[in-house]
Design a protein around this ligand. Structure first.
Ligand code: TXA
Ligand code: MG
Length: 337
C-alpha cells in the first residue's frame, strides 16, 4: 500500500478520450494507474518521480532491488533515456512498438529516477503497441515505470478484472483496455554487455530476434535464491505462483487434478482449461494466465490436489509459455514470494 495512504478508492476508467485524459492526469500527479498493454496490464507511475515510483513497490509488495521497465510513446523518447547502440536502433525499427524490452546503459541526462532502475547503470525501456497504452503515454508526456500489475510473485494480469482481484483499494485507477492481445510479458533483451543476452522469453520470439540481429545468448539464467537474484534482477525461479502445485509435461491426468490442456485434452481430469484445441501457440499464450487463475481458484474450490500441464513445444512463443509454467511450478521459499 502506498505509504501512509491506507485503503483508497480504485477508479475503473473506460478506454476512450476521457478515461485516457483522467489516467494521464493521475499519472502526472504522482498517482498509480494500471493500464492495458498488448502483453499484460502494467502498474504505472511517473518514472521521473521517485515518490510515485516508491508507491509502485509498496502497492505490489515488490523488493525495491528489482528494477522497473520505463514505458515510452516512441523510439525518440526511449533513446532520450538510454544510450542507443547500432543493434538497439535496428531492433527498435524492427519491433517497436511491440512486446520487446531493451536493457541499455542509462543516459546521464535521462529523466527516469534512479529508484525505477533500482540504482543500476542500465535501464529497461519499451514502446508498447496497444493503442490505449500509446495514447496514454502520449498524453502523459513522461516515461511511465510499470511492472506487471499484480501483487509481487503472483500471476500477471491480462484483464482489468485480474488487476482489481489483486490490487483493488491499493492503486488509484485501472484503465480498462480489454483483454491483452499477446497475454504474456514482453521479451527482455540485454544489450548492455558484449553480446545480446535474452533475460526473459516473451511476446517476440527468439527466432524473430535472431533473424534480425543474428546470435543471441539465450542460456537461461534462473537464480534459485533471493541473493543470486540481486545480480540478475527478476530471474527468481519461483514466480507466477498459483496456490495449487503445478506438474509439467503431463502425459496423463487424474480425477483429482485440474488440467491445463494444449491440443485435444487428456481424458479424466477433474477440471479442464483449454489453451488451444488446435495447438496454436499464440492462442495458448493469450489464454495462459487466465487459465492458471481459473484452474487455481476453481480447483481449490473443488478440493483438487494440483494442476497438470500438458507438454508445450519449446519453439516460438512456446519458449515463453514453458518459461512461465516452469516458474509457476518451481519450489517457492516464502522469502522470495
Ligand atoms: O510486458 C511487460 O514487460 C510488462 C508490461 C506491463 O510492460 N511488464 C513487466 O514488468 O513484465 P515486470 O516488472 O513484471 O518485469 C520486468 C522484468 C523484471 O524481471 C525486472 O527484473 C527486469 O524486467 N528488469 C527491469 N529492468 C532491468 C534492468 N535494468 N536490467 C535487467 N533486468 C531488468
Ligand atoms: Mg511481473
Amino acid at each position: 500500500m502506498p505509504p501512509g495512504r491506507g485503503r483508497i478508492m480504485t477508479e475503473l476508467l473506460e478506454d476512450g478520450p476521457s478515461g485516457i485524459d483522467r489516467a494521464a492526469r493521475l499519472l502526472r500527479a504522482g498517482r498509480l494507474v494500471a493500464f492495458g498493454t498488448e502483453t499484460v496490464y502494467g502498474l504505472g507511475a511517473d518514472a521521473t518521480d521517485p515518490r510515485a515510483v516508491a508507491s509502485i513497490f509498496a502497492a505490489k509488495g515488490r523488493p525495491s532491488s528489482n528494477p522497473l521497465i520505463a514505458h515510452v510513446a516512441d523510439e525518440a523518447a526511449a533513446f532520450a533515456e538510454v544510450e542507443a547502440t547500432g543493434l538497439a536502433e535496428i531492433l527498435a525499427a524492427a519491433f517497436w512498438p511491440g512486446p520487446l524490452t531493451l536493457v541499455l546503459k542509462r543516459r546521464a541526462d535521462g529523466t527516469v529516477c534512479a529508484l525505477a532502475a533500482a540504482g543500476l547503470d542500465t535501464l529497461a525501456v519499451r514502446v508498447p503497441d496497444a493503442p490505449s497504452a500509446r495514447a496514454l503515454l502520449r498524453a502523459t508526456g513522461r516515461p511511465v515505470a510499470a511492472p506487471s500489475a499484480n501483487p509481487s510473485g503472483r500471476v500477471s494480469p491480462s484483464t482489468a478484472a485480474h488487476v482489481l482481484a489483486g490490487l483493488d483499494g491499493r492503486i488509484d485507477a485501472v484503465l480498462d483496455a480489454g483483454p491483452c492481445r499477446v497475454g504474456l510479458e514482453s521479451t527482455i533483451l540485454d544489450l548492455s554487455g558484449p553480446v545480446p543476452r535474452l533475460l526473459r522469453p516473451g511476446g517476440i520470439t527468439l527466432e524473430a530476434l535472431q533473424a534480425v540481429i543474428g546470435p543471441i545468448d539465450a542460456a537461461p539464467i534462473v537464480a534459485a535464491t533471493a541473493s543470486q537474484a540481486l545480480s540478475a534482477p527478476g530471474q527468481l525461479a519461483s514466480h507466477y505462483a498459483p496456490a495449487l502445485s503445478l506438474r509439467l509435461d503431463a502425459g496423463r491426468v487424474s480425477a483429482t487434478e485440474a488440467l491445463l490442456a494444449f491440443g485435444p485434452p487428456l481424458d479424466g481430469a477433474g477440471l479442464v482449461w483449454r489453451l488451444s484445441d488446435r495447438g496454436d501457440l499464440g492462442e495458448a499464450a493469450s489464454r495462459l494466465f487466465s487459465g492458471l487463475r481459473v484452474l487455481d481458484q476453481d480447483g481449490q474450490r473443488l478440493g483438487l490436489s494440483g494442476i497438470a500441464a500438458m507438454p508445450i513445444p519449446g519453439e516460438g512463443l512456446g519458449a515463453a509459455i514453458r518459461d512461465r509454467l516452469a516458474r509457476a511450478a518451481a519450489p517457492r521459499p516464502d522469502s522470495v514470494r
